[in-house]
Design a protein around this ligand. Structure first.
Ligand code: NAD
Ligand code: TYD
Length: 331
């Protein structure tokens, strides 16, 4: 199949493009090359690359020609950045999704919208989100992803577009830009810098290895029902403090690098997904968190050439100062 992978220069999208190319599919990538996009992520992967914006009908038209399906990874993805300003999130995650759906409507191609467990908001202890639960997003990031999901469902129902949605949990692995919890803490620990835990560090996330996440998205692409929504949970719920402690252990960094800092506003305490629907299609996570995290730490240890230029760049430094400068000074 000839498949358009939007956001294919980012973290999960690049792993997915590699997976499709290995399976023999023809991969076309459309990516805006924001701070999170990195052409090196597709080294050695056969693909046709279009630099452009999913919110531009002309860019989408140009890239999608001849494709039988679109898998949409393109998004602004970091909660903390959405708290500093959300315009780009609405542009890409809402309007960009709309432009892709309009293309799918006229071209008659299948769409898989890659979404997130954050659209459900906080989940009380002992409960797990199912696909029919109401969307109660807390952050502008989560709200923009929920907006994209609702547009997908509207296009399915009203215009008969063949689209499905995956809602994945927190994903980790190689090639993740060093701003989210795991890659930030691993690279900070390797550089001997503080690990800034928000609040008490007792918030829990359900960790999913990127290869398991990509396997789930491929299954939905090939066998998901039109209009189907599929939760993709890693089945490994851990408090952030435990994750930080494991990272200190694996990197050999001292415990006094851990700092409790001022919490993130609106911080969701817990996410938890019921993935029974996807499991019924034959998916289950293959990677344990122990192995996956150890391998990820080894990847970052070996690939300073990949992340050092990102962390020393003006973009990362300005963001890190704005996000953590005052917090760490207070701590
Ligand atoms: P990422 O931030 O690493 O990469 C996003 C990619 O999209 C980048 O290559 C960027 O250049 C590109 N992009 C941004 N705006 C664009 C635009 N307007 N047009 C074209 N390309 C654009 O993201 P990721 O972590 O790989 O996430 C991929 C998808 O998976 C997102 O939709 C995200 O919401 C979803 N998701 C991520 C996680 C996670 O833990 N990372 C979990 C669940 C779901
Ligand atoms: P993050 O990786 O930003 O993903 P999300 O907010 O989408 O779940 O954060 C994961 C958890 O780690 C979340 O509870 C916030 C917390 N966190 C910190 O404590 N410190 C940090 O510097 C970051 C980036 C996250």
């Amino acid at each position: 199949m000839r498949i358009l992978v939007t956001g294919g220069l980012g973290f999960i999208g690049s792993h997915f493009a590699r997976r499709l190319a290995t399976a023999g599919d023809e991969v076309v990538v459309l990516d805006k090359l924001t701070y999170a996009g990195n052409p090196a992520n597709l080294d050695g992967v056969s693909h046709e690359l279009h630099i452009g914006d999913i919110a531009s009908p002309a860019d989408v038209e140009r890239a999608a020609g001849g494709c039988e399906a679109i898998v949409n990874f393109a998004a602004e993805t970091h909660v903390d950045r959405s708290l500093l300003g959300a315009a780009e999130f609405i542009h890409t995650d809402v309007h960009g999704t709309y432009v892709l759906l309009e293309h799918a409507r006229s071209a008659g191609v299948r769409v898989v919208q890659v979404s997130t467990d954050e659209v459900y908001g906080d989940v009380p202890p002992g409960e797990s989100s199912t696909e029919s639960d109401p969307l109660r997003p807390s952050s502008p990031y989560a709200a923009s992803k929920a907006g994209g999901d609702l547009l997908v469902l509207a296009h399915v129902r009203t215009f008969g577009v063949d689209a499905a949605i995956t809602r994945g949990s927190n994903t980790y692995g190689p090639n993740q830009y060093p701003e989210k919890l795991i890659p930030l803490f691993v690279t900070n620990a390797l550089d001997g810098e503080p690990l800034p835990l928000y609040g008490d560090g007792r918030q829990t996330r359900d960790w999913l290895h990127v290869s398991d996440h990509c396997a789930a998205i491929e299954l939905v692409l090939r066998r998901g029902e039109p209009g189907g929504v599929y939760n993709v949970g890693g089945g490994c719920e851990l408090p952030n403090l435990d994750v930080a402690e494991r990272i200190l252990e694996l990197t050999g960094a001292p415990r006094d690098l851990l700092r409790h800092v001022e919490d993130r506003p609106g911080h969701d305490r817990r996410y938890s997904l019921d993935s029974a629907r996807l499991r019924a299609l034959g998916w289950q996570p293959e990677r344990t968190f122990e192995d996956g995290l150890a391998e990820t730490v080894e990847w970052y240890r070996a690939r300073r050439d990949w992340w050092e230029p990102l962390r020393s760049g003006e973009h990362f430094r300005a963001y890190a100062e704005r996000q953590y400068g005052r917090r760490l000074a207070q701590g």
